[in-house]
Design a protein around this ligand. Sequence first.
Ligand code: CO
Length: 134
Amino acid sequence: MLKKLDHIGIAVDDLDNAISCFEGVLGVKVQHREIVESEKIEAAIFNVGDTRIELFSPISEDSSVKKFLDRRGPGLHHIAFEVENIQAALAAARESGAQVLDEHPRVGVNGTLAGFIHPKSLFGVLTELVEYVQ
Ligand code: CO
């Protein structure tokens, strides 16, 4: 069961520059920055109403985000929905025939548990499911 749109993820080459750009163009203020080891990225979070924008850039050559940027350049990377129970949501997606990229949830931004569904299963949109654990 989806609870809400949790965030929209945008991949960028230069995080400092992208933060300045979002602050300047959209008048939003960055809330916090965080290294996410499981993704090999640094993320910057903007709260927008009850959802968020996450900008992120790779911190390692072998980050999948680095490959994304090399192939497609900066831009919309994924959308994320909050779910009640990440294990159940990933199992249900798998059961439906979707290609689920995470056998088990990984630790995402803010200590959330997260799992991804391959874009080819959802019309070209990489989709993340997120559970808040605390
Ligand atoms: Co995300």
